[in-house]
Design a protein around this ligand. Structure first.
Ligand code: FES
Length: 93
């Protein structure tokens, strides 16, 4: 299914020096992970959303992460993290 497509991983979100991306840092800032099992998928869903929409509503974020399950039910912080990243990206020079 991935033949001919670019594959992005959670590790690929960081820069070459290992500095966290704005989205990764926002997950850290808002404590948007508990066990971390879902975190890679949540990060990549958030990344895809923010590439398409830099000013997502809460409903947009909920829709974007809807394909991932967080068994720790940390959804509130994940939504906050993606919203924070969107805000930070809009304010970036
Ligand atoms: Fe544990 Fe989401 S943080 S499954």
């Amino acid at each position: 299914q991935a033949d001919g497509h670019e594959v992005m991983t959670a590790e690929g979100l960081a820069d070459a020096d290992g500095m966290l991306s704005v989205l990764q840092d926002s997950f850290w800032e808002t404590h948007a992970m508990q066990c971390g099992y879902c975190t890679s998928g949540m990060l990549l869903a958030g990344h895809a959303l923010l590439e398409a929409n830099q000013d997502p509503s809460e409903e947009d974020i909920i829709e974007a992460i809807g394909g991932n399950l967080c068994r720790c039910t940390g959804y509130r912080q994940i939504i906050e993290a993606i919203a924070l990243a969107a805000k930070r990206l809009r304010q970036a020079p």
